[in-house]
Structures are given as structure tokens and as C-alpha cells.
Design a binder for this molecule. Structure first.
Ligand SMILES: [Ca+2]
Ligand SMILES: [Ca+2]
Length: 340
């Protein structure tokens, strides 16, 4: 009996110690990927900052940039028609790039057509793999279509070869025209899968060698919808859109296009995209900066007065005088020789 009582007391003591142990040890909740909530690691596809848009193309000149972005309903191989407008007649096309993107997509080759022109199959130029979770893969493909785009117009496109969920396609056109202001254009692109189960996650895209000016920041996202309350876009550390449900699919399907006014500073400029529970892809960040006239040139440019004396009539008497002097010199020269 004594042994029985001692056994019970010992058991209660062990239970108490175990209870105390569990109370002291913090309980770590994990997400569906078996990671601590809000603490992404390198095996998460939602790791922030691993595939942000980086600089693909930079140009400075008299001209600008136009973009047409199209949302599609989470089906593979999107198609549609890009509508480019706002390019002045007579402009030259400096660069034109077609993009398409897909979530839940292994990095396969995708081919396309633009205005009936076949575009070769290419592998993604950016791919957020999500090691171990391939069905979260985010891919971005692009084609140089400078030779196809001629200016404003409708450009039908098709894609083929993908199997995932496509949300965003885009056509970006850089043009030059001497009648346009002097502008710097920087195109950053990538495939940044971004998601936070708790709190927020932020990714940064950097523009280097920027010339100061007033301009426009263009952002393109995919798979965004009406979730989230703490989404935002920041430029050089200052929130310029949000916080709120910023990424909500403003292209009609789950994809977003934003034109935001910014003031670019000389040197390095940064743009941050922040999301919370809305799992999004960030593909494009473009900075267009309108540059002030050079300091040595007065506003309005130089002007030179036209000299009336450049007309031929006032010169005629001088020509006659020179001819007379030449004739006199010609006659005097032989006489001078004879005197010697
Ligand atoms: Ca990522
Ligand atoms: Ca959202």
C-alpha cells in the first residue's frame, strides 16, 4: 500500500514537472511549410528579396516609355491584345519587350506570337523556385520585340508551353522623339514571390546611376486579390501607396498595374513592395525620370541673330574694289621689275 502511495506521489510529481516544463518552453506555431509563422527561411518560396526586379535596360534621350499590361484568369498560356497608345507619330522604337508570367509553374520553355510573328521558345529569365515546393514556382519570360513594334497600335499575342497559372502579361515600349522632353528610362524585371502568413514581408528593387528628375514609377504584380490590409509601395523609404489592400487585381483579373508620381534623386533610388497575407508575384518596376535642361543651356535654348549683311547685294561694291586693286597691282608689278 505504501509502495502504491509512493508510486502515485512520484507519478504526480513527474506530471507536475512535465507541466512546468511545457509552460516554460515557448510553443512555436508552424505554418503549412513547417516553418515558424512569420519567419521565412531559404526553403520558402515566399522568401522576401530573393528574386526582386533588377535592371534589364536603361536609356536616356528625348522620348519616353509606354506599357500595356493584361490580366488573365489563372489559366496557362494567356493570350489577348496589347494596346499601346501615347507614342507621338514619327517616333523611333528604341526597345520593345513582351512579358508573360505564371505561378505554380516549373521553369519550362515558353514560345509566343506577337502580331502574328513567331517568338522563339525561351526559358524564364527569372524564377522563384521555392525549393521543395515546386508547385509554388513563379516564372517570368520575356522576348525582345523591338523589330515588331512600330508605335501606337493593337498588338495581339499568344503564348504556349506553360502549364501553370498565368495572371500577367505585358508589352513595354521605349521610344525616341526629338520633340519629347529629355528622359531617363530604367526597366527592372524579375519574379519575386512574396507572402507573409503573419506580419508583412517586403522586397526591394534598386535603380542605380539615376539622374535626378520628376517622373513616374510603374509597378506590375500578379496573383494579387482582395486580401490584406498592410500592403504598400514605398519609394526611397517613403510610402507612396497604402498601407491597405493595394494589390487587388486592378487589371480585372488577379494582376496589378500602377503608375505613381515620384521625384528621383541622383544616384541610387529604391522601391519597396510590401504584402501581408496576399501571396503575390512582383515582376516589373520601371522608373521614368524627366530630366531638367542642362545648367549651361538657358530655358528655351540658344538663339543666334540673323545678320542682314549676309545678303549678297552689299558685298558687290567690295568685290569691285578688290578687282580694281588687283588690276592696278598687276600693271604696276612689271614696271617695278623694269626699273631694277
Ligand atoms: Ca521570393
Ligand atoms: Ca491584396
Amino acid at each position: 500500500m505504501k509502495k502504491t502511495v509512493s508510486g502515485i506521489m512520484l507519478t504526480l510529481l513527474l506530471i507536475g514537472m512535465l507541466t512546468l516544463t511545457f509552460n516554460i518552453t515557448p510553443v512555436v506555431a508552424t505554418d503549412s511549410l513547417n516553418d515558424p509563422l512569420g519567419t521565412p527561411n531559404s526553403s520558402d518560396p515566399n522568401l522576401p528579396g530573393d528574386h526582386p526586379p533588377t535592371t534589364y535596360f536603361m536609356w536616356t534621350g528625348h522620348g519616353g516609355l509606354k506599357i500595356s499590361a493584361i490580366g488573365s484568369p489563372a489559366a496557362p498560356n494567356p493570350s489577348g491584345s496589347f494596346n499601346i497608345s501615347g507614342i507621338p507619330a514619327g517616333s523611333s522604337i528604341v526597345k520593345a519587350v513582351m512579358y508573360t508570367t505564371s505561378f505554380e509553374q516549373s521553369p519550362v520553355s515558353v514560345s509566343a506570337t506577337l502580331s502574328g510573328n513567331a517568338l522563339s521558345a525561351v526559358t524564364p529569365f527569372a524564377h522563384d523556385a521555392g525549393t521543395g515546393y515546386s508547385y509554388y514556382d513563379l516564372c517570368s519570360w520575356r522576348w525582345d520585340v523591338t523589330a515588331i513594334v512600330t508605335g501606337d497600335g493593337i498588338y495581339p499575342f499568344t503564348t504556349s508551353g506553360m502549364a501553370g497559372q498565368a495572371f500577367l502579361s505585358a508589352l513595354v515600349v521605349v521610344y525616341s522623339n526629338p520633340s519629347e522632353p529629355l528622359r531617363q528610362v530604367i526597366i527592372n524585371d524579375g519574379a519575386e514571390s512574396l507572402y507573409a502568413e503573419t506580419g508583412t514581408e517586403t522586397s526591394t528593387s534598386t535603380f542605380s546611376n539615376v539622374q535626378a528628375g520628376t517622373g513616374t514609377l510603374i509597378i506590375c504584380t500578379s496573383a494579387d486579390d482582395s486580401l490584406g490590409t498592410s500592403e504598400s509601395i514605398s519609394f526611397n523609404g517613403i510610402v507612396i501607396l497604402g498601407p491597405g489592400d493595394v494589390f487587388w487585381g486592378n487589371l480585372g483579373y488577379p494582376a496589378g498595374l500602377f503608375h505613381l508620381s515620384v521625384s528621383a534623386v541622383a544616384g541610387t533610388n529604391t522601391v519597396n513592395v510590401t504584402t501581408d497575407i496576399d501571396w503575390i508575384g512582383w515582376h516589373i518596376a520601371i522608373l521614368i525620370s524627366e530630366l531638367p535642361p542642362p545648367a549651361c543651356m538657358p530655358v528655351g535654348g540658344y538663339s543666334f541673330p540673323i545678320q542682314v549683311q549676309t545678303k549678297t547685294e552689299p558685298i558687290i561694291p567690295y568685290i569691285a574694289l578688290i578687282a580694281t586693286l588687283t588690276a592696278i597691282f598687276t600693271k604696276l608689278r612689271p614696271k617695278t621689275k623694269r626699273k631694277r
